[in-house]
Design a protein around this ligand. Structure first.
Ligand code: NAD
Length: 486
């Protein structure tokens, strides 16, 4: 079994690391590859090559820089199916989910192609008598992404295209749980003809991450992963004077009012809670029913969840794949147990399902817990699995209080026919993103991927105009010229 190479200074190279991790297919337990746990010296080599490349990359006009991204977009389109299959192989999600992930990934490349228009600064004549002031934007230097396993193709592309378009050079550290997708995408980046050292791929885990966070030549880090690691990396990176944006975990509540369209709400809620086996930071994980919505929604969601076809994501009929690994399955099952022991009722128990032909896979069927105590551990812990908790309240104020007491702040959604209720929710709910008659959903790159509380550490989010803010340094220039100046 080959050990995956790193890509540094436009060369695929074998890692000298002695330790590696076995990557297995979560549906079949088949061994797919081994990923090296790269050391500080390889991070250093990538940072050196990216630093060298930065000197001429920053001088390359933005309109020329994005030509490489246009080419990347076409290569990604051409290889979308192959990359989607790789995502399903290593991550377990269904092929349809993997294709959607890659469409979203490509959208980020497309939006970054428009960055030359956004790099402009501004100019003020005669700030005071005879003095003009100008703000210009300049790239930062070497930037890096440290990624979670949940979207192996999309997450690195939430950052890399914007960083390159703004004139930075880049290092990607993919999740060690799903390293194969980035191997494919870097083969495409290689085909674009980007100059040596502009993009680099370093595989590994904690030691590799620590080396990135400590490296003096790396100026900015985009992190996506669990809250505990996000907080640790944010504090340490900031202490090392780096610009940081650290996207953490989530526990997204959806609130269902009695006037909601129950058929559509149920379909949307089921797709969100159980899509990608609940392993997305935008999974609906708590459904708060208000008044009469309790009965109608509960009945409908149990029915929808029960019908979901679970199996190998490569099978066209399958609607939900396995969770990422055996450790994750055990952790999720343990949290379900904790939920029932804290008084929740198990309406649907997805533990230990029999999926014929896939007995070695990490499967959990959709699970629904009712009457979850809002103060219990299960109500306040990110499960990151196909588990939906139901909580019932009497009115929208009680629902908003629960949303605001939630320690996470990724996204909260309201399902209603009332404009007044929607406006109140948008105004009062304390989360970075809000959905009205929409499930928590992956970001559109036009807008920043906003979140707060335990879901985000930093100031500027990924995507939208905040990507340009994050990946550039503003410089203010004040000039006085008299009429005698030459
Ligand atoms: P994780 O925190 O275990 O790993 C994320 C990255 O951090 C990996 O690259 C890993 O190598 C590194 N890492 C892990 N432990 C480390 C340590 N002790 N020191 C240094 N580096 C370390 O997360 P995961 O299991 O890959 O992904 C799931 C998590 O990601 C969930 O909490 C989910 O909500 C979150 N997530 C958040 C978003 C978002 O946009 N907010 C998006 C996707 C996933």
């Amino acid at each position: 079994m080959n050990i995956l190479p790193n890509y540094i200074n436009n060369k695929w190279q074998k890692s000298p690391a002695t330790e590696n991790i076995e990557i297995t297919n979560p549906a079949t337990a088949e061994l797919l590859a081994k990923v090296p746990l790269s050391s500080k010296s390889e991070v250093n080599e990538a940072a050196e090559s990216a630093t060298k490349a930065f000197k001429s990359w920053r001088r390359t006009p933005a309109s020329q820089r994005v030509q490489f991204l246009f080419l990347l977009k076409y290569l990604l389109e051409e290889h979308l199916e192959d990359i989607a299959r790789t995502i399903t192989f290593e991550c377990g999600k269904t092929l349809v989910e993997s294709r959607i992930e890659m469409r979203r990934a490509i959208e980020n490349v497309e939006i970054a192609c428009g960055i030359p228009m956004m790099l402009g600064g501004n100019h003020h004549e005669d700030i005071v008598d005879g003095i003009d002031g100008t703000m210009i934007r300049q790239p930062l230097g070497v930037c890096a992404a440290i990624c979670s396993f949940s979207f192996p193709g999309m997450i690195p592309l939430w950052f890399l295209p914007y960083a390159l378009a703004c004139g930075n050079t880049y290092i990607v550290k993919p999740s060690e749980k799903v390293p194969l997708t980035m191997q494919k995408i870097f083969q495409l980046l290689e085909q674009t003809g980007l100059p040596e050292g502009v993009v680099n791929l370093v595989n590994g885990s904690k030691e590799t991450v620590d080396a990135i966070v400590e490296h003096p030549q790396i100026k900015a880090i985009s992190f996506v992963g669990s809250t505990s690691v996000a907080k640790y990396i944010y504090s340490w990176g900031a202490a090392n004077s780096k610009r940081m944006q650290c996207h953490g975990g989530a526990k997204n509540p959806i609130v269902i009012l009695p006037d909601a369209d129950i058929v559509n709400t149920t379909r949307i809620a089921a797709d969100s809670a159980f899509g990608c086996a609940g392993q997305t930071c935008l999974a609906a994980s708590i459904a708060i029913t208000v008044g009469e919505a309790q009965e109608t929604f509960t009945q409908a969601i149990v029915e929808a969840a029960n019908k979901r076809v679970v199996g190998n994501g490569l099978d066209d009929k399958v609607e939900m794949g396995p969770v990422i690994n055996a450790g994750s399955k055990t952790r999720i099952e343990g949290l379900i147990e904790k939920g029932t022991s804290s008084g929740a009722k198990l309406l649907l128990d997805g533990r230990n399902p029999l999926i014929p032909g896939y007995e070695q896979g990490n499967f959990i069927r959709p699970t629904i817990l009712e009457d979850v105590n809002p103060l219990s551990e299960i109500a306040n812990t990110e499960i990151f699995g196909p588990v939906l908790s139901l909580i019932h309240v009497n009115n929208i104020d009680e629902a908003i209080s629960l949303v605001n007491d939630n320690p996470f702040g990724k996204m909260a959604c309201l399902f209603t026919a009332s404009v007044a209720a929607a406006r109140k929710f948008r105004y009062e709910a304390e989360t970075g993103s809000i959905g009205i008659n929409i499930a928590p959903t992956e970001p559109t790159p036009f807008l920043p991927f906003s979140s707060c509380k335990k879901s985000f550490f930093g100031d500027l989010h990924g995507q939208g105009n905040q990507a340009v803010e994050f990946f550039t340094q503003t410089k203010t220039v004040l000039e006085r010229w008299s009429s005698k100046s030459k």
